[in-house]
Design a protein around this ligand. Structure first.
Ligand SMILES: [Zn+2]
Length: 104
């Protein structure tokens, strides 16, 4: 038996697959920069990231997906964009001497 949450994730993952094949996404990825670190993200590096993760009830809709580089997507994991931004910020504050992030 699947829980409602598992059903939701399964359904939204299927929708994400369809969204990735859409012209909307292809156009977005064609000139993409990472939503999180702002780096130019050429196609092989560009991943679809859910601002609100599916596991937290997010949906695979254009309003909830952004282009993220693989590094950011992996690092963000199951956090929401807001949680991730806070974490990035905290991390940057802690290790500001070894900033590999450049200044904003
Ligand atoms: Zn990035």
């Amino acid at each position: 038996m699947l829980t409602d949450s598992e059903r939701h994730i399964r359904r939204e993952k299927e929708k994400a697959k369809q969204l990735r094949a859409s012209r909307w996404w292809q156009n977005l990825v064609a000139a993409a920069t990472c939503y999180y670190c702002g780096k130019a993200t050429p196609k092989p590096e560009a991943t679809m990231d859910h601002i609100v993760p599916l596991a937290q009830g997010g949906r695979s809709t254009p309003g909830n997906v952004v282009v993220a580089c693989k590094a950011c997507n992996t690092a963000k994991g199951g956090l929401t964009a807001v949680e991730w931004a806070l974490k990035l910020h905290a991390g940057a504050a802690e290790r500001h001497h070894v900033s590999d992030h450049g200044e904003k």
